[in-house]
Design a protein around this ligand. Structure first.
Ligand SMILES: Nc1ncnc2c1ncn2[C@@H]1O[C@H](COP(=O)(O)OP(=O)(O)OP(=O)(O)O)[C@@H](O)[C@H]1O
Ligand SMILES: [Mg+2]
Length: 334
């Protein structure tokens, strides 16, 4: 961030990091998903939000006025239904054409943050302590990454796994999902444990399948319901027939989280689920994850995401330190 802030030449940056966009840029170019054009806003992210809000309020007013106009013209048309003369029919046709023209040119409403409403399947029942790991150590060659790490997770608990780049968070996760083996230590798993795993490598996907095929493979429910579900995760219309490999980074993440949530895992392990997500998608995923009742281990470098998920404990690497998180509501400790 400091380097980018001091960079003396022109800089074009694509980022969902609001802090960066607020402090290090002086112009925002937005790809408008409705008009498919580039909109330009002078100033940083905060001023962009303000300008955009004003612009959208104006657009909404314009749409409302147009809609009212169309309604009135349609009412007029109804009243003309008894017109049978040549002139009368010509007028009716003219009005009808005008209505069609207005309807065709009516701009779409600006997209709003959708509140996601859905019923998630209940996680498969699991014992009190789904995972207990003791004295884990892992080195890559001479490089020690984890040393005597003790880690457990309780049923339904959310743990945030914290630490700087290279601290060993992904390594610990890969040990927990048994993708790699520790050099030392012991792990006890409840036999009923069912782990859902997300990482930015998207190992769970067959990139040649469509969104619909991918969902169908994972959950045995009707196509109609699957399409409704995909719609809640902002995949609608023809998009369900798109190949997974051709999705953007953020879209792949949205699909991956949708897939995790429709199965009945009792532990979700999410390794940086917010990296590709824009503000709206981040909110959507957050609301969906909040509804999940199983246990969760989450790594994220987006502090707001972690604080909104309200983990009960935070585990810090490389310190190997577990910390209880307490939430305060007025004077009452939750
Ligand atoms: N297969 C490997 N071979 C050698 N070194 C590795 C290997 N995998 C990871 N490392 C090293 O181990 C350290 C921990 O990596 P890890 O991916 O667990 O970090 P992390 O905490 O997840 O970091 P980030 O926040 O950047 O994702 C890093 O220094 C990394 O370079
Ligand atoms: Mg990592």
């Amino acid at each position: 961030m400091n380097f980018l802030g001091r960079y003396p030449k022109t800089l074009i940056v694509v980022s969902h990091d609001l802090n960066l966009l607020d402090t290090k840029v002086d112009k925002i170019l937005e790809v408008n998903i409705q008009t498919h054009k580039i909109d330009e806003y002078a100033g940083n992210y905060s001023s962009y939000l303000k300008l955009k809000e004003d612009k959208e309020a104006l657009l909404v007013r314009h749409i409302r006025i147009q809609e009212q106009h169309i309604r009135q013209m349609k009412e007029g048309l109804l009243k003309m239904s008894h017109f049978k003369s040549k002139k009368g029919i010509r007028i009716k046709l003219m009005v009808q054409r005008r209505v069609e023209e207005l309807e065709e040119n009516l701009p779409a409403m600006p997209p709003a943050a959708k509140k996601i409403k859905m019923k998630l399947p209940e996680p498969v029942w699991v014992g009190e302590m789904p995972i207990m790991a003791e004295h884990l150590s892992k080195a890559y060659g001479n490089k020690k990454v984890l040393t005597n790490v003790n880690f457990d997770i309780k049923r339904g608990e959310r743990i945030a796994l914290m630490g700087p780049n290279g601290a060993g968070k992904s390594t610990l996760i890969k040990i927990l999902i048994r993708l790699i083996t520790p050099d030392e230590g012991e792990m006890v798993f409840d036999e009923k444990i069912k782990i859902g795993y997300y990482s930015q490598e998207f190992e769970m996907f067959d990139f040649d399948k469509t969104l619909l095929e991918t969902m169908k493979d994972k959950c045995q429910i009707e196509e109609r319901i699957i399409r409704g579900l995909l719609g809640r995760f902002l995949f609608s219309g023809e998009m369900v027939f798109q190949k997974v490999g051709s999705l953007s980074g953020g879209e792949k993440t949205r699909l991956a989280i949708a897939l995790l949530l429709v199965q009945n895992y009792n532990l979700l392990i999410l390794d940086e689920p917010t990296t590709y997500l824009d503000v709206l998608s981040q909110r959507l995923i957050l609301e969906a994850l909040k509804m999940y009742e199983g246990a969760m281990i989450v790594v994220s470098h987006t502090p707001e995401f972690i604080s909104e998920l309200k983990p009960s404990r935070k585990f810090y690497l490389p310190e190997n330190r577990m910390e209880l998180v307490q939430y305060y509501l007025g004077n009452n400790c939750l």
